[in-house]
Design a protein around this ligand. Structure first.
Ligand SMILES: Nc1ncnc2c1ncn2[C@@H]1O[C@H](COP(=O)(O)OP(=O)(O)OP(=O)(O)O)[C@@H](O)[C@H]1O
Ligand SMILES: [Mg+2]
Length: 543
């Protein structure tokens, strides 16, 4: 009897008829069938609409203000969605969609959401025609497969050694960002950084070795690449030398101070002599520590912990430059870069554990007292740091994100040197190919194919719209030219260069990125189409 009253279980009424007990039935809002799917489509489309204006080289930026007043200005799709306060469950799926594109590829996070939005729009039209959602989902899947086939046909392979191609691809990514006016220099920095750490044999790029540091001030053009590590610290004493050459550094995670009694013990100092003795003992101990570090051959101490002014003075006195309060991740990076070991106890310090660097210097910025420490010329390492400059924290953050996109694109290119042309050209070519394929399908899926082809056109449409061109007219012209000239590289001339040929404009995108966009967007839309029942608490529903 008790068992049968548990929500979700099967119970029987007095006539022996079975019924299901569903918890709090009257408190839930329920949508079923096409109505449910349509409400989801609406939410998905709303999110895509937000990002649509950010697509492409003339796409606009968004300003996101958080609850505590932090301002982020960005063009990066994934970042915009991450900062957007969405409640609706399907809107959240769109956020995750762009996030997974970001995790996997790094770029194309706006495009993937716009594409998914367009697919949802097409799905709605097909639903209105009376086609069953499952047939639409299956049709989209088939269309996506044939689209990917076509993409692979369109792709061009470039030789790995050709750096100019890498720079072009990085430039395409950067052209939609805040750094677009100096994209050439930025693209070169991104390519150099990746090539410095890339293992061309295994085609692997260890991202941990590329660090992107930001420092407010200066111009974006002052951004530079340092073949080494930069840490946001300075030497512990202003009178220590500003440049050290042929450095052997001790990387310490133990505090640079005399041993202290542990908390359990009490130390009573009852007379002046005692106090003097204690002071002398501490000083002796400290000198001993410094001597130990110097004996190991070190001429620089990098410490994770701090030390007091007295110790600082003694370090200066004993000519051992030191850097204090270096954070954990930096310590690890320094150890990796210099080939040194992190030493947790002074007793364990040996000459082999020291890190080596050709030069360690302090860098100053403008008229401010801001200093940073540059560790360069590390013999066995490939670690590089990009130091980003910009007028404000907002700009520096956005430049960092843009560089991240560019670095990801270059990495993808090294992994798989296949590219397709951007500017909407591949989308148009694919759309034409899928429309052709649709003619050969005699089943209902034909409609889904055509819907998919129309959805692909949303990318060139958005690109044209954002560039201030008449979207439909521009698209139809390019489409007609693609057919008559048999040139799938024709796209939208967003920059007004006079040629729509994306090969001539050098607008390149990794093939992998495009495939991923299509796969992720199709998957999401299929999933939404397969949900036909929503139950939610009455007041928690809605966007
Ligand atoms: N010079 C150009 N002319 C025409 N189209 C371009 C040009 N440069 C880039 N594009 C196109 O712009 C689109 C990329 O825009 P954008 O970088 O804003 O979005 P995304 O890469 O999808 O997302 P995000 O960069 O935010 O992760 C691509 O379709 C690309 O082909
Ligand atoms: Mg991009």
């Amino acid at each position: 009897m008790k068992m049968s009253m548990i929500p979700g279980s099967l119970a029987f009424d007095e006539f022996g008829r079975p019924f299901l007990i569903i918890k709090d039935q009257e408190k839930q809002k329920r949508l079923t069938g096409n109505e449910a799917i349509k409400s989801h489509i609406l939410a998905g489309k709303a999110v895509a609409q937000v990002l649509r204006t950010s697509l492409g080289p003339k796409g606009l930026d968004k300003m996101m203000v958080s609850a505590d007043g932090d301002v982020t200005v960005t063009n990066d799709g994934a970042t915009i969605l991450k900062h957007m306060d969405v409640d609706h469950q399907i809107a959240k799926l769109m956020v995750e969609l762009s996030q997974s594109q970001d995790d996997e590829i790094g770029d194309g996070t706006t495009g993937v959401v716009v594409l998914a939005g367009a697919l949802l729009e097409q799905a709605e039209i097909l639903l209105d025609k009376g086609i069953h959602p499952i047939r639409i989902a299956d049709g989209f899947e088939l269309a996506a497969q044939s689209c990917i086939e076509r993409l692979k046909e369109l792709a061009v392979t470039f030789p790995i050694g050709d750096n100019s191609m890498l720079i072009k691809a990085a430039q395409t990514t950067l052209s939609s960002k805040i750094v677009s006016k100096c994209k050439q220099a930025m693209a070169e920095i991104a390519v150099q950084a990746v090539l410095a750490v890339a293992d061309l044999e295994t085609r692997d790029v260890n991202f941990e070795l590329i660090k992107v540091e930001g420092k407010v001030g200066g111009r974006i053009e002052d951004t530079m690449l340092v073949k080494g590590v930069i840490i946001d610290k300075d030497f512990s004493h202003p009178q220590m030398p500003k440049v050290l050459k042929d450095v052997r550094m001790a990387i310490l995670t133990c505090p640079f101070e005399p041993p202290k009694p542990k908390t359990k013990h009490k130390l009573d100092v009852s007379s002046v002599e005692d106090y003097k003795k204690l002071h002398k003992y501490e000083q002796d101990k400290f000198v001993e520590i410094v001597q130990r570090v110097k004996d190991a051959g070190a001429n620089l101490a990098i410490c994770q912990w701090g030390f007091d002014d007295e110790a600082n003075h003694l370090l200066l006195h004993h000519k051992l430059p030191a850097v204090r309060w270096v954070g954990g991740p930096e310590i690890e990076l320094i150890a990796m870069a210099t080939g040194g070991r992190i030493v947790p106890r002074f007793e364990e310090l040996t000459p082999e554990k020291l890190g080596k660097a050709g030069i360690v210097r302090e860098m100053t910025f403008g008229t401010t007292k801001d200093r940073m420490l540059v560790i360069e010329d590390c013999p066995n390492s490939k670690a590089v740091t990009i130091l980003v400059r910009g007028g404000s924290k907002m700009i520096v953050d956005e430049v960092k994100r843009s560089l991240h996109d560019a670095i990801c694109v270059v990495r993808n290119f090294i992994r798989d040197p296949k590219v397709v042309y951007g500017g909407g050209s591949t989308e148009i070519a694919n759309s034409l190919a899928i429309n052709l394929a649709a003619d050969k399908i005699s089943s209902l899926e034909q409609y889904a194919f055509r819907g998919f082809a129309d959805a692909l056109e949303s990318i060139p449409l958005a690109l044209a719209e954002n560039a201030g061109l008449p979207p439909i007219q521009t698209l139809t012209e390019v489409k007609a030219r693609q057919l008559t000239e048999k040139n799938p590289r024709l796209g939208i001339d967003c920059m007004g260069t006079g040629t729509a040929d994306m090969e001539a404009q050098h607008v390149l995108e990794p093939l992998h990125s495009k495939i991923q966009q299509i796969m992720l967007a199709t998957q999401l839309v299929k999933m939404i189409l397969k949900i036909d029942d929503i139950r939610s608490p009455v007041d928690g529903y809605g966007m």
